[in-house]
Design a protein around this ligand. Structure first.
Ligand code: RAM
Length: 874
């Protein structure tokens, strides 16, 4: 008995000791569309034993899951003594287009344990360009109506299916259905890319949707970014004037034979109930125009449908979708339905979010219900949409006969907290509406909470700013007639984004567009994908996205290949600056400068915090050059390291000569000027402390308020902490009056605002020309909150959190803080309490990493596991 008992214990401890989980390929779980010949594998190790490191791994990859699991018929196997477990390159036999591969891992650790083989995972190869046999189809004649065409094709499955995989893309947006059912929960496919250069296709496993016998494809198209209104000046048809569909379904039967169903001349089309759809303006859906059963078998009327037209293949490359798809996420019940003083019926969802409203309604045919969207109410409590500028942001539903119907749009999204409802038949109740948040399906990786509820609301607002603006591309705002991939905003927020969610795939996808839209002379456009003029670019702090985000992603996820892929783009950007610089000074061209810095309306005594734009440009010239040097070091490009290091020294001495007095005063005495000069090491070392003191004096001079705009804000608290003024950083963070991070929180914000005073203390609004209530840029403080309050830090020399620094620096009367970050190696946690000057810290470090814990009175090196520390802070 006894020995049996012991035996059971030891088996279960053994099982817990070491295991492999969370298998990913190219940053994604079981990806359906891998394009590269050598995809990269990542896994996490978990162990109950402290100080666990991987000492070796075994990988096996095969076409057949069962055979692979038994170690047979492998296309690759390797056993390697290595502690690497993130982004290991495939080195087996050539991978084939359209095929699925299964893989698994087992590891050995430094304590002599061997894990079991992991659960098998898979990746599916995309379709190679030469394997596309489908023809682009479209409506016959010119595609001039805003109405959505429906494309239809019946086909027969006459043998037993092994697998059925659909490869689909469109010019415009598509929704693909089989037998009346959506083929996936992906929205806004094929996603927004620099379409003139490359267009993504999606890959769907539809094996379980198909049945034997007749089946039907039904696909509708919307205008989307491709053909709809996008950018400024009522611009339509930016990428093309004709929507098109390309689809190829590859069926493999159990007898080994294959069959392909694809778009060609045999498809038919008719127009459906979506009368118009537009990203900015919304959708008009007339239920009376529904064609019942059109997307299912048994529909008899398609003999009355039109024959499709065909389109020549364009010059754009078809590429496999590489980022996470947009999906539905949180649902919000309506909190209340109320009448405004102006007599309008308005619904409050309690959260400024991005997506749409699902509406239930029943009434006589032809009843028109209009939903308008708004982020805020006026101080009188009225519905306010002036800040949406020309975006109609309206969804219109027209009812069919008297049955209850549920509506939601298809090819538009809105940014809103409030919805105005007009024309609703009967009494509208909270039961009739649900708001649906849609955004790119990024795994939540960060958690952050403290004893201060205002700060927790700020963190909430930062996360919702991210959700609302990470809808396939990183946008400035999601609601007005803009919604563009503004580069300055994206670079300011990227580090914070990488704490809150896994943005590796998201930014890898977008950086392809950065590269694609970079001008031949190296200039980077203001927005990516670029829908502005070709020469709208090269603004300091915006265009520098080309160096900043690749480096940030490298540090956060350890993706060396991303640096390799982007390196030429990074270099071209720096070389562009050099080509327009004179005597190493970048002092020409258009720049946005420290966008939306503090600027009082009634500026009689010169309180506006204006920073010289060329001073700013010079600091970003240095920063981009430094990042290029960093990347060159990682990639072993010694000549580049030498060349650009010499350039960097020149850039800095030109800065000192042009913008600094002998005693270290900058020509602009603003916070942003000192912050950028200190952050990017522009100043002689012996003058830095004095400059930091000037920064503090300036902050105090504004009554302990920040005055920074988009460029200074992300670094403000970092610089204060670095130069020994952590207390001032906290004072700024805890400041509740304008301008500050907590001012909007006190004003009831549920997202980050574009401007420090989007709503003024008297309840009036900033200028409607530019006043978004969902703009993530100022949310960049999140990076400092994770790093300094919680103390979770990456180490650039060992990227992806292979090494970690835990260094919480309490302040601001916070008595406890807890944060967690799911890193590529597993969960990191840092939680502390502070009582009577005693700091108690709990730290968790994942297997296969190590950490340095820096406390007020001591420093400790630790391996994986959970640890407790105490430290006196005074
Ligand atoms: C505004 C955008 C964005 C900013 C540019 C300069 O239109 O909203 O936030 O980067 O201007």
């Amino acid at each position: 008995m006894m020995s049996g008992f012991i035996c059971i214990i030891s088996i279960s401890t053994f099982a817990q000791k070491l295991s492999v989980t969370d298998l990913k390929v190219e940053h994604l779980k079981n990806p359906m569309a891998i394009e590269t010949d050598s995809p990269r594998f990542s896994w996490k190790i978990s162990s109950s034993v402290k100080n666990t490191l991987q000492s070796a791994y075994e990988i096996r990859v095969g076409r057949d899951k069962a055979a692979m699991n038994a170690g047979k018929d492998l296309v690759w196997k390797a056993a390697v003594s290595s502690d690497q477990s993130v982004l290991i390159k495939y080195e087996g036999a050539a991978l084939q287009s359209k095929k699925r591969y299964f893989w698994q891992i087992r590891v050995k650790d430094n304590h002599g344990n061997t894990s079991a083989w992991s659960e098998p995972a898979f990746f599916h190869m995309g379709i190679s360009p030469t394997d596309w046999t489908a023809t682009w189809i479209k409506v016959a004649g010119k595609d001039t109506t805003a109405r959505s065409p429906l494309f239809r094709k019946e086909f027969v499955v006459n043998k037993k299916l092994k697998s059925a995989i659909a490869y689909v893309t469109a010019k415009g947006l598509y929704e693909a259905r089989i037998n009346g059912q959506r083929v996936s929960d992906t929205y806004f496919a094929p996603g927004w890319t620099s379409y003139k250069d490359h267009l993504q296709y999606q890959v769907y496993d539809v094996t379980t949707i198909l049945k034997s016998g007749s089946n039907v494809f039904g696909v509708s198209l919307g205008n989307g970014w491709y053909k709809g209104r996008i950018g400024f000046g009522n611009q339509h048809n930016f990428y093309g004037d004709t929507r098109g569909l390309l689809l190829q379904l590859v069926m493999e039967y159990t007898d080994g034979t294959m069959e392909t169903i694809q778009t060609d001349k045999s498809w038919k089309y008719a127009y459906g109930p979506i009368m118009a759809s537009d990203i900015y303006d919304g959708e008009i859906y007339d239920a009376r125009m529904e064609i019942s059963g059109w997307d299912n078998i048994g529909y008899q009327e398609d003999n009355k449908w039109n024959a499709v037209g065909t389109m020549e293949k364009g010059s754009e490359k078809l590429v496999a979708m590489s980022g996470p798809p947009v999906k539905k996420h949180e649902l919000f019940k309506a909190l209340k339905v109320f009448k405004t003083p102006a007599g309008e019926t308005v619904v409050d969802f309690g959260q400024n979010l991005v997506g749409w409203v699902m509406l239930k309604a029943k009434g006589t045919a032809g009843t028109k219900i209009t939903l308008s969207h708004a982020e805020v109410l006026t101080k009188e409590g009225n519905f306010y949409t002036t800040n949406l500028r020309s975006a109609k942001a309206q969804d219109i539903y027209i009812l069919k006969e008297n049955t209850e119907q549920v509506f939601e749009p298809h090819f538009t999204f809105q940014g809103f907290r409030y919805v105005k409802v007009e024309g609703y038949p009967g009494e509208l109740t909270t039961e009739d509406l649900t708001a649906v948040a849609l955004y790119s399906a990024m795994e939540t990786t960060g958690k952050f909470a403290t004893s201060n509820s205002l700060l927790n609301q700020l963190q909430h607002n930062i996360q919702w700013g991210q959700k609302g603006n990470f809808l396939d591309v990183p946008t400035d705002c999601p609601q007005r007639d803009e919604r563009l991939g503004w580069t300055g905003d994206a670079q300011a927020f990227a580090n914070t984004a990488a704490y809150n969610m896994d943005v590796a795939g998201f930014f890898t996808k977008w950086l392809k567009d950065v590269k694609a839209d970079q001008q031949p002379n190296g200039s980077i456009p203001h927005v990516i994908p670029n829908v502005l003029g070709v020469n709208d670019g090269a603004s300091a702090g915006w265009a520098d996205v080309a160096t900043i985000i690749p480096w940030d992603m490298y540090v956060a996820y350890g993706d060396r290949q991303l640096l390799e892929t982007q390196f030429e783009s990074m270099r071209k950007w720096v070389d562009y600056i050099s080509s327009v610089a004179k005597n190493n000074l970048w002092n020409s061209g258009f720049h946005f400068g420290d966008w939306l810095f503090y600027r009082p309306n009634d500026d009689n005594d010169g309180r506006a915090a204006v920073t010289d734009k060329y001073l700013i440009a010079q600091t970003f010239y240095a920063h981009s050059t430094q990042l290029l040097i960093n990347a060159a070091k990682v990639l072993g490009k010694q000549e580049d390291v030498a060349k650009y290091s010499a350039l960097l020294a020149n850039i800095k001495s030109a800065f000192v000569k042009e913008y600094m007095t002998a005693t270290g005063r900058l020509v602009s005495g603003t916070q942003t000027a000192y912050v950028l000069a200190l952050q990017f090491d522009m100043l002689p070392e012996e003058l830095r402390a004095a400059c930091a003191n000037r920064l503090v004096a300036n902050i105090r001079d504004y009554g302990t308020h920040l005055t920074t705009g988009f460029l200074g804000t992300p670094y403000l608290c970092h610089v204060l902490t670095r130069f020994g003024h952590n207390d001032v950083a906290y004072d700024l963070l805890m400041q509740e009056s304008y301008p500050s991070w907590l001012y909007p929180v006190k004003m009831g914000a549920t997202t980050i605002w574009e401007r420090w005073d989007g709503i003024k203390p008297d309840g009036s609004f900033q200028t409607p020309d530019m006043n978004s209530y969902n703009h993530y840029a100022y949310g960049a403080i999140g990076d400092w909150m994770y790093r300094t309050i919680a103390g979770i830090n990456s180490v650039p020399e060992q990227p992806g959190y292979k090494a970690i620094v835990i260094a919480p620096k309490p302040g601001g009367k916070i008595t406890n803080a807890a944060a967690a970050l799911e890193t590529p190696y597993g969960p990191v946690k840092s939680a502390w309490t502070l009582e009577n000057g005693l700091l108690k810290l709990e730290v968790t470090i994942p297997a296969n990493t190590n950490a340095k814990v820096i406390l007020p009175d001591t420093t400790k090196e630790i391996g994986s596991g959970t640890y407790h520390f105490e430290s006196k802070t005074e």
